[in-house]
Design a protein around this ligand. Structure first.
Ligand code: KIV
Ligand code: ZN
Length: 387
């Protein structure tokens, strides 16, 4: 089975979520948890952005021992020098250079012709290579770059010494078949492509970041970039936990897997949510509060008989204790009886039926019926019909 490398950018692209600001201590705490999770690479920040970010990247570089630590840099010497300073003390440093290549960015942002883009990027990669063995290069907005030019840029990056070429769908514009097609073309058209790793970096503007990352895997990507809980610029980045669990659950289909310690997923998600202040929606795949909660009677009955009827992943796999059967108006007698036993009540069939009728009345008025509500109903019932 092919190994897919996981590049976590929660501390860089994730921190670019509006309203999120992590201090050095928080960055180190998240980085150490990411290391426990077993991610291969951690992008710790953008050192040229501020002295505070440079210091935070340096603290992460010194604290983390196993994962590769990466600093982001524009394709210019001052930025590269800032990353050199920030990564002092790192066991396994890597620099991530980027330069936009799409016609929109070339015309409006960079005001550069294709030749100037090639020259600027090549100069930056060669300069970075003087100081770093590992150099990743990203043609920003690759998703909207002409495919011939993207092949040319990738070939140049390989000749200049890049060890990873990352393909960002910066504005989350592509569909899975289009994004996968880019990888297919690069693999077949670019000389020397076998010498480097190809990476995918997706954004979720159209809700396709996970699907696009998986399409890249099917077309030969070696590395997936993303963030925990999918946080990031605008609608966010690829959710790493989604990609990792898709590969794990459908390993035969993808023929590829990561080496993450899956039981650390829930804990990592909670930590990132707590320190960034970004609440995970209840229905979020894998890590949402409802991802392992069942409300309907039919589903609850199935779950009580055999969990695989309605769960494709067991909550224990990602480090949670158990699935939840939530009592609401769709719940059935089977789950209700189990709940009574859980709460320590042993009632005969007639009593269960009487309390169940009360429960249904209450459930019509309330979204979820809590353990306390059930206890209160039972106490009332026991007072009404003393033995
Ligand atoms: O989305 C993007 O293009 C980026 C680059 C810096 C890789 O985050
Ligand atoms: Zn990005």
């Amino acid at each position: 089975m092919r190994k897919i490398y996981i590049f976590d950018t929660t501390l860089r692209d994730g921190e670019q979520s509006p309203g999120v600001n992590l201090n050095t201590k928080e960055k180190v705490e998240i980085a150490l948890q990411l290391e426990k999770l077993g991610v291969d690479r951690i992008e710790a920040g953008f050192p040229a952005a501020s002295p505070g970010d440079l210091a935070a990247v340096n603290a992460v570089a010194r604290a983390v021992k196993r994962a590769t630590i990466i600093g982001l840099s524009r394709s210019r010497e001052q930025d590269i020098d800032a990353v050199r300073e920030a990564l002092q003390g790192a066991e396994d440093p890597c620099i991530h250079l980027f330069l936009a290549t799409s016609p929109i960015h070339r015309k409006h942002k960079l005001r550069m012709e294709k030749e100037q883009v090639l020259e600027t990027a090549e100069k930056a990669i060669r300069y970075a290579k003087r100081y770093f063995d590992k150099v990743e290069f990203s043609p920003e907005d690759a998703g909207r770059t002409e495919i011939d030019f993207l092949c040319e840029v990738t070939a140049m990056a390989i000749r200049a010494g890049a060890t990873v070429v990352n393909i960002p769908d910066t504005v989350g514009y592509l569909t899975p078949s289009e994004f996968g097609g880019i990888f297919k073309t690069l693999k077949s058209e670019v000389p020397g492509i076998e010498k480097i790793q190809l990476s995918a970096h997706c954004h979720d503007d159209l809700g396709m970041a996970t699907a696009n990352a998986l399409a890249a895997v099917l077309n030969g990507a070696d590395q997936i970039e993303g963030t925990i809980n999918g946080i990031g610029e605008r609608a966010g980045n690829t959710s790493l936990e989604e990609v990792v669990m898709a590969l794990e659950t459908r390993a035969e289909f993808f023929g590829a897997k990561t080496s993450l310690k899956l039981t650390e997923i829930a804990k990592t998600s909670r930590l990132v949510s707590k320190l960034t202040g970004m609440v995970v929606p209840g229905n979020k795949a894998i890590v949402g509060a409802n991802a392992f909660a069942h409300e309907s009677g039919i589903h609850q009955d199935g779950m009580l008989k055999e969990k695989t009827t309605y769960e494709i992943i067991s909550p224990e796999t990602i480090g949670l204790k158990e699935s939840k059967l939530v009592l609401g108006k769709h719940s059935g007698r089977h789950a209700f009886r189990e709940k009574l036993i859980d709460l320590g009540y042993e009632l005969d069939e007639e009593a269960v039926n009487a309390v169940f009728a009360k429960f249904k009345d209450l459930a019509d008025k309330k979204k979820n019926v809590s353990d306390e509500d059930i206890r209160a109903m039972l106490e009332e019932k026991l007072v009404e019909t003393p033995e």
